[in-house]
Design a protein around this ligand. Sequence first.
Ligand code: BG6
Length: 532
Amino acid sequence: MAAFSTTANTATAADERVNPLREGLRMQRTAPPCTMVIFGASGDLTKRKLMPALYALARMQRLAPNFHVIGVAISDWSDDTFRQHMRAGVEQFASPNDQLADGGDAASWASFASRLQYVAGNFDDPALYTKLGATLRALPGGDNVLFYLAIPPSLIATIGDQLARAGLNQVSPKGWTRIIVEKPFGRDLASARSLNQALHRVFDEEQIFRIDHYLGKETVRNIIVFRFANGIFEPIWNRRYIDHVQITVAESIGIERRGKYYEEAGALRDMVQNHLLQVLAVVAMEAPVRFEAGPVRDEKVKVISSIRPLLPAGAASHEVCAVRGQYGPGFVGGEPVAGYRDEANVAADSSRETFVALKLGIENWRWAGVPFYLRSGKRLPKRVSEVAIRFKSPPFLMFQDLIPGTGDTAIAANVLVIRIQPDEGISLRFEAKVPGTDMRLRPVKMDFQYGTSFGEPQPEAYETLLLDAMLGDGMLFARYDMVETAWALTTPLLEAWEQFPAPEFPNYAAGSWGPGAADEFIRRDGREWRRP
Ligand code: BG6
């Protein structure tokens, strides 16, 4: 396929770097003095994601000089042990720019590490919260507090209640107190509701930040800019011009030592209820009245609540709208890999799905009749997340008569692909005439790539999200009603699947594009999955 490419005007990019107004905007994106308290500080998330993100923010001077971290966990660690573990995490998981290569960055790490402290204790022990309160009040940035719950959902209510009992749900009248809650946010509608109630007993909604790291990805954030900062896309972003939309989040990894969690969750809970529906919301929502957290989140809730129920009353079978799969042994990247049932902490007859494909219909004036196909799976051939908008074919194709052999099928429809990861960018496929005296057509691509156009490294999602939470901007976090609406949509399907375990599991080989049933599912509509 031929390719055109776009590059940002480099003069403009250079001007932007020195433009004082722009600099001013950047300055506003610096966090106020605050202390972040991480519950679950000895866990995987803290060292893989949170610490590398905080260290990157510190290096970019986005944190105030008196920013502090208090790690909280059951392990009997000293401040120094905590710092050593966090250093190991940053060395292993930070992006290449922030690597602590050979101690070469010792000074910047030392300055960051001096802001880390540790408090050991049991999450249900009131003494922990007394100690925590005293530690917080002794810190200069202690009036503004950001709690981060990097713990299993079963502990959320306990920690919330204990914080309230110790008066830490509003640590100081002079500052703010906020709480970030990790996913999974519940395991169905009822549990999500009771989690929301438990949090609302203790915190106002404005204090609660439910994290979904897909919303912090640059490419997902760019969808809203692409749609609403350009005049040419919105007029065709509807049922008159769009045939269907495919949202794919494919992973080549398996469940990676998370058998216990995954047996409880499965792909629908782990990926679709949150990440894929959030992406769908940004792609399909109406223009918000303002670019602010409230109006943007209103529109997202509206569009998710316009989705036709997955199992309408009287539906013969859940197979109408969904396909599930589970990987068996196979090959990924040329290496043999185990099947799901052979992973640690997974039942030998597990009926947990590792692949989901869904067909969703949005019942509103913009989207009536335009299917949204969603799919996500583990152990697929490659890691790729994208949104593909396939436009309708021209109403009349004159070329098939003009050139023998150029039938309908030879003309590829226009497809706009938003590549979320890797190779982040946007491309548009369209037909062009092949140069020559004959009349031959071939699809070509207009391609925008972040890497070549901007040449600046993209921040990790957690960097953006942590900074936003410190600044009190909830736009990229899920509001309680969004979480509940997404669970209201997915819970009936989860229940149907639990009631009817899939006898055919495992039904796809690791390294393939999922079960054959997923191909038949979309083919029934006369369409094909993309093979990105
Ligand atoms: C997490 C899921 O939320 O997202 C994981 O729990 C999944 O199972 C991960 O692997 C994917 O995130 P990313 O950013 O690698 O696409």
